[in-house]
Design a protein around this ligand. Sequence first.
Ligand SMILES: [Zn+2]
Length: 514
Amino acid sequence: MAFRTPVITALCTVVFLCYAEPPTAAHLPPAVSSAFHRISPDSLKGHLSFIASDLLEGRNTPSPGLDIAAEYIAAQFRRAGLQPIPGTNSYFQMAPWKYRTVPAGAVTMTFERAGERIRLDGTRFTILNPQARDIRDAAVYKASLENLGRLNHLPEGALEGKVVLLTAPAPSQMAKQAHRLRDLDRQVERLQAAATMIVRKGSVGGGIHGQLIDPEDSRPPRQEADSGILAVYSNELAAAFESLPEGETAAKVSLRIPEPGESSVELKNVIGILPGSDPKLKDTYLLVTAHYDHIGTTAPENGDGIYNGANDDGSGTVSVIEIASAMASMEQRPRRTIVFMTVFGEEQGLLGDYYYARHPIFPLEKTIADINLEHMGRTDDSEGPHANSLWMTGYDYSNILDVFTAAGMLTGVEIQKHEGNSDAFFSRSDNAAYAESGIPAHTFCAVFLFPDYHGLGDEWQKIDYDNMARLNRTVLAAVWTLAERSAVPHWNDQNVKTDRYREARQSEGNKVNP
Ligand SMILES: [Zn+2]
């Protein structure tokens, strides 16, 4: 990767990490060494084979499967002896939300051209922002994200009553294409199209048919959830779409979405606390997080319609359980308090972490860092095998890199910067909620993208558990260091990309006061 920052100098407040060569286990403080032994591939496999089992039906937010996952995680925190949320005997931070949704069975779409007719129901759709529609025999305009200029040249209102169809970028291109999708959204509004639909091949996608609303959140909805663009998943439709000419076509689309209904839902962040051992530093906090939700189910293909989400992010979830359980077993607990948390609703726009940031259990100004874990289990990165390494988002944004690099020297794990993804995913992952509050916060992953990303094949049998255990030990050593040493992590003031986060940290009432 492009460069490394000097590792050793910043770390010498923690004696054991100051070795030029990777030390042997004998060099570890006994507390850390014994915790290392509590992390095992079989334990991780045991947890993940449940969290990613078909029983939990893809852990959509909200769903009974997500609630079962929450109970399981809480049971593991209880078993490990972690403390519940102060003043309660519960590990659940309850979020009483509203859910605006349409039943999938009531949504229909028909595509017709020259004697060909394709009829799809709502199980083929992702609808993030449900709005009633009754469109009949609307002419289809074929657009392309790569050629939005063509839309720019059309006069206002030129597509009134028409339906715009386009293909989706591959999931791996989504980050790069996000600004184009926003541009498309604006164009479609100006041209007054009746609907915009992204046509995707195969089963990639999810059974999300609604919008989750925090009644206490007065901000406008997040961009992703705000868009009126519908995604539809069908090989048949994708093939028909491909053969259409660009621009005006002779094809017609009918689309019916009923008026959405609103119901109350109880969502849960699952939180277990390891109290700090130092009389003063125990009132400062370190977050270790992962999202436990995924994208639910879809119409079955070859008998399987469940997005198990083993790597995304069952692997981060069970890593939080495993690291929490190992650290809770330490005879000498670290000095600062560690807050282990798995959150809901990441897949629908980082909802659970933003909820915590708006309703923190512990003061954000006394929260020194967030370590967020994603995609910890697979090593078959879409760009090639990737073992014994952790990608870090915001690689050169804070000095947390130094702590992880030193931890990696203990375990033979390299901390790396991905040229494209390390920056792109920084603001797209669960760490973003904390970074925006000024807290140094990063996401760590074994792979960014992998062959079954948001696909039906993301199953627990495909995880590299030996590698995952090694990565877990690395995270444990780094978390222990952050919680043990007196120095508080800080943003890299040489990097202009951290300006907004440093400003947030320095803003009134949010000064670090460890
Ligand atoms: Zn994820």
